[in-house]
Design a protein around this ligand. Structure first.
Ligand code: FE2
Length: 727
């Protein structure tokens, strides 16, 4: 038998072919009367707001034409009556004064620094004249000197005071530029300008406010369509619409069938209605392969989970993978979610193979002892298969909730809020904004469809349990101690790709910071405020709030095991020096505690900024893309993997084969799960190297593209890494 037709090589060929065949692509298409989605914010696990009535589609088209005309009119007006950036007037004998602060109750005394402000007049025949401009000071105050006589001329029809906010970044000749747009306009009556000063007093802005109804650092979004701190790019919405509609229609059809005649639909029909994913494709060619030990180990190491393998303390070459289950989180009675510990050893080819699986916690509806332990090995026949499935399913839920949602979505959001609140004149704004945008919008949508409507009905965790778990995971996420996992072998390609991406991102960030060092130092105060917001709104360190003395022996040991394993999984150093704010030990290490650039400690200060910025970009791009895009491969087949197995009514509980549908997700949950894994993996817009919105520095793209082949050798197409977390 030659090397090219050994069973291993044949299996490898099948897997590679299936990976290629089931890859998600995106072609711009869209017939006029095809069904349309109202928008990303209208997604529902029930029926999303799909527009399918031809009259409604026609009216939508009319509205679209109206907005196009309106925009064209605005562009024409701007051409006819340009806003020339010159200040008019000779004798600056009067001034507009005032201050700007945040509006939310908890924030109302917090000034908004470095907001561009301007004073404009407009004549009866439409001409704009700038009378004065400036920025708010660190205490939020502003003073705009202007020529009183010029402002009060007969020809002046109206006077406007404007506050501007950063709108977007664009790259001009290799440099990142920040573009501003009007955030708020205040009309001023001409007759009110009578003396040396006109006081606008304190203007309070609802601007990137923190929510006060959750322990997580989240942004206030009053109305995602009309009153959000930012909005999706049109191209992003269009791409999702086209990808999404066929999947939505499939789900709608299933939900209708389940309601009308559940006897005529089953799980196999549901699965077959969705596009073939990786595991379905492999199973069709090589039955049993995706349920085998080899595939199990390979996917745990290099699949969606990219699991942390903790070396065994006693046996060299052996490792532990742990998924902590329901534990102290609020849960329901329907789904199983035990603690799972899988022991692996690395084979000659460098891939892990499982040797034992320990399950701690209830496995059926009758014995609810949370400390019961079951150990399975490959010699256990069918039970070994069942134990692997339980481990895989726990991995699915832990990866979705801990790694994907908390680890990338809400983790990025906390940096995004602090950045948009505080960075403006500091060049770090134009470095970070392209990667931090839109995350608050997608998280807002996830609050309802994932955390409220779906996961509590498809897994053991209730909504409160989920939020508590997210808070705990956030208590393990800090830029300061982060390191990428060390590859355990040549076959540990997920770690190799991750290290390469980190290194290239760090190279780009250092290049950018060196090129903009003078202004980064000059506007260090913004970084100080960013850091303060970040630190004081970060959640408490994991387990820092519990009273260890009140725990019994078993609980204490479990928490210690969690600390040990999770500190490795999230590279979190519990012993690092951290700040206490409002009586709580905060998770995130400050970037700086100094309002001015610490010249005496320049190297450390710059290294910290490089590390923190690299971390933000890395999490928002690579880390999120990894979890997001692999969902389709690893949780795209209901019986292979899902977010929870039900206890069912038999004594065997979850120790049962895939043919026992009483422990599988029910039909509604099954179609919803397929809907999720399909649409979440179909971003297909907003890639770093494609740079659809011209806001990614070519230096970064070129660095990544120069290593395209190396990335491909690790199974990563670097052209498919998204530039921000927006799905
Ligand atoms: Fe995502």
């Amino acid at each position: 038998m030659t090397e090219s037709n050994t069973p291993e090589q044949l299996a490898k060929n099948v897997c590679e072919e299936c990976l290629r065949k089931t890859k998600i692509g995106y072609k711009r298409d869209g017939a006029f009367f095809s069904k349309k989605l109202k928008g990303i914010n209208h997604l529902e696990v029930g029926n999303s707001a799909v527009i399918d009535n031809p009259i409604t589609i026609f009216l939508e088209w009319c509205y679209y034409q109206y907005t196009r005309l309106r925009n064209a009119w605005n562009r024409l007006m701007l051409k006819l009556f340009p806003r020339v950036e010159i200040c008019y007037g000779k004798r600056m004998d009067s001034a507009l004064v005032g201050s700007i602060s945040f509006a939310q109750k908890a924030d109302e005394l917090v000034p908004i620094h470095h907001m561009p402000v301007a004073f404009w007049s407009r004549t009866w025949w439409g001409q704009w004249r700038k009378l004065s401009e400036g920025i708010t000071q660190t205490d939020g105050s502003f003073r705009l000197p202007f020529d009183l006589n010029f402002a009060r001329r007969m020809s002046v029809r109206k006077l406007v005071f404007e506050i501007h906010q950063p709108s977007h970044v664009f790259i001009n000749e290799g440099e990142n530029k920040l573009v501003y747009k009007i955030f708020k306009s205040v009309r001023i009556a001409k007759s009110d300008l009578i003396g040396m000063e006109y006081n606008l007093r304190n203007i309070q802005l609802f601007y990137w406010e923190y929510r006060t109804d959750t322990a997580l650092p989240r942004a206030v979004i009053k109305d995602h369509d009309k009153d959000a701190p930012e909005y999706y790019a049109q191209g992003r919405t269009d791409a999702l619409r086209q990808q999404f509609i066929p999947i939505e229609l499939t789900k709608v059809k299933h939900l209708a069938q389940i309601k009308k005649d559940p006897g005529k639909i089953n799980l196999q029909l549901i699965q077959a209605d969705y596009p073939e994913n990786l595991t379905v494709c492999i199973e069709n060619a090589l039955p049993g392969h995706t349920r085998g030990d080899q595939w199990f180990g390979e996917r745990m190491m290099n699949g969606m989970n990219r699991a942390y393998l903790m070396p065994d303390k006693n046996e060299h070459g052996y490792y532990w993978l742990k998924y902590f289950g329901v534990g102290h989180y609020e849960s329901n009675e329907e789904y199983c979610f035990p603690d799972v510990a899988v022991k692996f050893y690395l084979k000659e080819n460098g891939l892990p193979t499982p040797t034992a699986i320990q399950l701690t916690g209830p496995l059926n509806a009758y014995n609810r002892d949370p400390w019961q332990k079951h150990v399975f090995t490959p010699e256990d026949g069918d039970n070994w298969m069942h134990a692997k499935r339980i481990a895989r399913v726990n991995g699915g839920l832990c990866t979705e909730v801990d790694e994907h949602f908390a680890g990338t979505h809400t983790n990025t959001e906390q940096y995004a809020i602090a950045a948009f609140r505080n960075l403006r004149l500091n060049p770090l704004a134009s470095l970070l904004f392209p990667h931090l945008k839109e995350v608050v919008l997608v998280n807002h949508a996830a609050d309802k469809i994932l955390l409220q409507d779906y996961i509590p009905k498809a897994s053991a965790l209730t909504r409160d349990g989920l939020l508590q778990r997210c808070k705990d995971t956030m208590g393990l996420l800090d830029w300061k101690g982060w390191t990428c996992p060390k590859p355990l072998s040549d076959a540990h390609t997920s770690a190799k790709a991750e290290n390469l991406f980190w290194q290239l991102t760090e190279d780009y960030v250092r290049w950018f910071i060196n090129n903009n060092l003078a202004d980064i130092k000059k506007y260090w105060y913004e970084l100080y405020c960013f850091s303060e917001d970040l630190v004081s709104h970060s959640v408490p360190v994991f387990l820092s709030e519990i009273n260890w003395d009140s725990l019994d022996e078993k609980e204490r040991k479990r928490y210690e095991a969690m600390k040990e394993y999770l500190s490795g999984q999230f590279s979190f150093n519990f012993d690092s020096k951290r700040e206490t704010r409002n009586g709580l030990l905060r998770t995130i290490t400050p970037l700086t505690l100094s309002k001015e650039f610490p010249e005496q400690d320049e190297a450390t200060a710059i290294d910290d900024v490089v590390k923190a910025c690299t971390y933000m970009i890395f999490v928002a791009t690579y880390l999120h893309t990894w979890a997001n895009e692999h969902q389709y491969e690893d949780i795209g087949e209901v019986l292979y993997n899902c977010l929870g197995l039900r206890f069912g009514e038999k004594e065997s509980g979850v120790l049962a084969p895939e043919t026992d549908l009483s422990i599988a997700p029910d039909l509604t949950r099954s179609t919803q799960m397929m809907w999720f894994s399909n649409f979440l993996s179909r971003t297909e817009y907003g890639f770093i190297t494609k740079d659809e919105e011209k806001d990614i520095n070519p230096y970064y793209s070129n660095l990544l593209l120069a290593h395209k082949e190396e990335f491909l050798s690790y199974g990563v197409n670097v052209e498919e890494i998204e530039s921000r977390t927006n799905i």
